[in-house]
Design a protein around this ligand. Structure first.
Ligand SMILES: C[S@@+](CC[C@H](N)C(=O)[O-])C[C@H]1O[C@@H](n2cnc3c(N)ncnc32)[C@H](O)[C@@H]1O
Length: 249
């Protein structure tokens, strides 16, 4: 199934807006990227494609883990985030949206030996089926870390709102249509000194994806009623091998 190019999504706008402050607010994403890269089993990959690369957490971890590669493709739809990504002669930056077929057609150059990585980005897939089908055709191995709907669980419960991102089961169901997969589900907590700091974090980290479900009054109420001193996160780590790889199609 193909999706046409559409307007810049709310999530992308939110990342661009706060790109200059992103590194100060990405403590959890930094841990997640570190863990994801820690799962790699090889010390050399000919080509690595990072989907939703942001300011380069994956690349930085690849460097510190002394993993070698010939080419690193950093793909992100926010050009402001891409600007923050390290530059090197073997890094190619691609400004593109993983929700569109144009993007995947552009990736025809990939070889079967390509490794796909994606950390803290695929929760913004507009259509999971489309994204995993496309990804599964582009490389023979992939590792994903994807935030689940249990992120901000208590906050959503208190506010009586729904998570804008997918549940663990929805993710697994879509992944298993195209991949043999093994999983690790991890919970994270981020402590805050004040509720105000907590809400600033939500706004600037990009984890809310620009999804604004509450008005001023409701947000104030939520700040008064939130029972925890921390925010909850849940991440599904996936090691995935496609059933079939049709490279260069
Ligand atoms: C939470 S950040 C994670 C960045 C980086 N992977 C990391 O681990 O720090 C999510 C990134 O995904 C990008 N993104 C969100 N939706 C996207 C889309 N549809 N296509 C491409 N990139 C997207 C955002 O611009 C942002 O840089």
């Amino acid at each position: 199934m193909f999706i046409e190019e559409n307007k810049e999504s709310k999530a992308i706008k939110q990342f661009s807006r706060f790109a200059h402050q992103y590194d100060t607010y990405n403590m959890i994403q930094a841990k997640v990227a570190n863990r994801l890269v820690g799962k790699l089993t090889e010390t050399y990959y000919p080509c690595i494609l990072d989907i939703g690369c942001g300011s380069g957490e994956i690349y930085k971890n690849i460097q510190t883990s002394k993993i070698d590669f010939d080419k690193f493709i950093a793909l992100d739809s926010s050009s402001k985030m891409l600007d923050l990504h390290p530059v090197h002669q073997n890094i190619e930056k691609i400004s593109a949206n993983f929700n569109t077929i144009t993007t995947f057609n552009q990736l025809e150059i990939l070889s079967e030996e390509t490794l796909i990585l994606s950390s803290s980005a695929l929760q913004w897939s507009e259509n999971l089926d489309f994204v995993f089908e496309q990804l599964s055709q582009k490389a023979s191995k992939a590792y994903f870390a994807i935030f689940t709907a249990n992120t901000f669980k208590t906050l959503h419960k208190v506010a009586n709102t729904h998570s804008p991102i997918y549940t663990e089961n929805q993710l697994k169901k879509a992944i298993e249509k195209y991949y043999h997969a093994t999983y690790e589900l991890r919970a994270y907590k981020l402590e805050f000194l004040t509720i105000r700091d907590m809400f600033q974090y939500i706004k600037k980290s990009g984890v809310s994806g620009g999804e604004r479900q509450l008005g001023y009054r409701e947000t104030k109420q939520l700040m008064n009623n939130y029972p925890l001193t921390y925010l909850e996160f849940e991440v599904l780590f996936v090691e995935a091998t496609p059933f079939t790889t049709i490279v260069g199609k």
